[in-house]
Design a protein around this ligand. Sequence first.
Ligand code: AMP
Ligand code: MG
Length: 409
Amino acid sequence: MSDFITVDDALAELLARIPDTAVERIHLGLGAERRLAESVEAPWNSPRFDNSAMDGFALRWADLKSVPTTLEITGISAAGSPSSEVVTEGQAFRISTGAAVPSGADTVVPRELCDADTLEVTVKQRPKRGEGANIRRTGTYLKAGEAALSPGTRLGGAEIGLLASFGKPVVAVHARPRVAIISTGDELVELGEEPTSGQIVNSNAYMLEALVEANGGIPQVFPIVADRRKDTVATFVRAIASCDMVLSSGGVSVGDHDHVRSVVDELTGGMTFWKVKMKPGKPLAFGVAHLDTHAVPIIGLPGNPASSFVGFHLFVRPALEVAQGASPTDAPLPRIEASLAGPVRGSRGRRAYLAGRAIPTGHGITFEPRRNQSSGNPALFADANALGIVEEGREMLKEGAQIPIHLLQ
Ligand code: AMP
Ligand code: MG
């Protein structure tokens, strides 16, 4: 077990150990934001037939040796209504965008380059592309059988549109991971109970439930666990048995009442790591429990809501992506450069993550850090849309300095 490791190493260790969820076949219309669990080939050529890229006239290039030239209009090919007639010398067909190119024609001249009445068309100018202009040839985009989408691809509107264009009603995707959410702490009361002295509301359960839901998981919230070892073990065992991933908050440090670390260690046969060089969120336990049928990753987040929030975005969010089929190299949050709108402080020996807002400026992005970065502040990340990153060892950064950030939405 590595003891105190960097965020990048921790993330690599963690993502390498996240198993894919089961494959399920669902209706294409329910596929948004899921990840493909199959490779998909084009079932037919795309386009399926030679068709026109413009509204205009389909004709023979050989008839345009000198322009202007006048041709007889002998047919119409409209989208959805192809013509079976042939275009011969001196003839042209009216054609609309997407309509099949009639046989005999080898070029489409856009209407803008012609004068036409119902019987005749005068082509004033030849299309610059020459013979074959404005015709989308069969199979230009994809040949029948050609690979179109690979496993792990996230299904957004464009991908779903492509699958629908293939006439594919059902897709194989990875199941949404069932994620157990366990809150530990003697001081916690449920929402709806009035906290008495020394008590706080179990806000992490709601925060994590919302974050899991927003990132493709199915949250399963467990009742609050008191700081007792046997209760902690019992709840983790139940969570492992019923879920694909287990998240907990609190109890992961070295205090007398902190049992999560030792329980995760026991149930996983040895944690992969439990301390990460980051601020906030240093104590963060990770291990994998191996059942006969499957393996269940356990991520023990710190109890402090700000630490839990940062830990979720850095580790749990990418883990949910990998569980749903993303490659571990694609899963970490991308970094982009931003210019600081105010001074910030780093942390000695740890990478610091700062709450703030990223604002597009027209020539880049400005990062406005929250003035008070205290991780005890429950409002720290409310309405924040970015995490600023100050590398380990950078004490102070001035306004205007460039820093990497992660966007949170
Ligand atoms: P712990 O990591 O258990 O030492 O908890 C650190 C601090 O985080 C505690 O003192 C609480 O103030 C807070 N905390 C722990 N669990 C929760 C929770 N579920 N919801 C909100 N705050 C919590
Ligand atoms: Mg605690």
